[in-house]
Ligand binder design. Sequence first.
Ligand code: BJW
Length: 229
Amino acid sequence: MKEQIVILTGAGISAESGLGTFRDEGGLWAKHRIKDVATPEGFMRDPELVLGFYNMRRAEAVKATPNAAHVALAALEAAHDVLIVTQNVDGLHEAAGARNVLHMHGSLARAMCVRCEARWDAPLVMRVTDTCPECGAAATRPDIVWFGEMPYGMEEIDAALREATLFASVGTSGNVYPAAGFVAEARRMGVPTVELNLEPSAGHSMFDEVHVGPASEVVPKWVNALCRS
Ligand code: BJW
C-alpha cells in the first residue's frame, strides 16, 4: 500500500555528515548563547556576531555531504508519497536527491531583506554592508527562523499531517515548538507515529514505535522495511 508519510527531521540526521547538533554535549548551544545568535533581538543588538555565526555554519554546510540516512529518505520517495519537513537549515536532503522538502526553520542558502522581505540566494559570506537587490537597503539577514518568529509552511504541514498515514521523527530532541507538537497532532488524528533517534527523546512515550541508534543505521533499515511492505 502506498503510504502518505510526513517525516520531521532535526540536527541528529546531519550529525554523521559532520554538522553539529544544538543540545547534545558540546553542541552549538554550549558554545553560543541562543539569545545572542538565534533571536531577532540578538540580531538587532549585534548583527556582525549573528552574521559571523551563520557564515561559519554556511561554510561547514557547503562542505558537508549527505549520509546514508539522507540517501535512504530520498529513496523512499520512489515508493511512497513523502513530505520531509526539516528543521535543518543545511541542504543535505536535497543534495541526497529528495524533492519534496519543506524547510520550516529557513535555509543557510537564502538571504532576506528586513525592510521589504525580498529573498535571494545568500552569498557564502554575508556582511552588514550588503544591500538588498530589490530595495537597496543595507538591511539584510540570513533567511532563518529565529525564536519568536513564525516557522515556514505551517498551513502546508497541518494539511499534510491531516492526510498522513504515517508520521516519523528523525534526529530531533523535541525541545522546540511547534515542531515538537507534530507528534501529538498526528496522534490526535489517529496517524501511527515512529521515532528514530540516537537515544529516546524526552517525548518518546508519545510514539507508537521507537528505533534507537545512529541515523545512518536505523533510517536505512526502517526505509527498507517500508519499501518491502
Ligand atoms: C542523533 C544523532 C545521530 C544526535 N543519529 N540522532 C509552545 C508552543 C509553541 C511555541 C512555543 C511553546 N513554548 C515555547 C515556544 C516558543 C519557541 C520554543 O519552542 N521554545 C522552546 C525552547 C520551548 N518556538 C519558537 O519561537 C518558534 N516559533 C514559534 O513558536 O512561533 C509561534 C507559533 C506558535 C504556534 C504555532 C506556530 C507558530 C521558532 C523556533 C525557531 C527555532 N530556531 C532554531 C535556530 C535557527 C535555525 C538554525 O540556526 O539552525 O532551530 S533553534 C534550534 O533548535 C534550530 C533547530 O532546528 C531546533 C531543533 O533542534 P533539533 O534539530 O531537535 O536539535 P537538538 O540538538 O535539540 O537535538 C538533536 C537530536 O539528535 C538529539 O535528540 C540527539 O540525541 C539526536 N542525535 N546524533 C540520530 N547520529
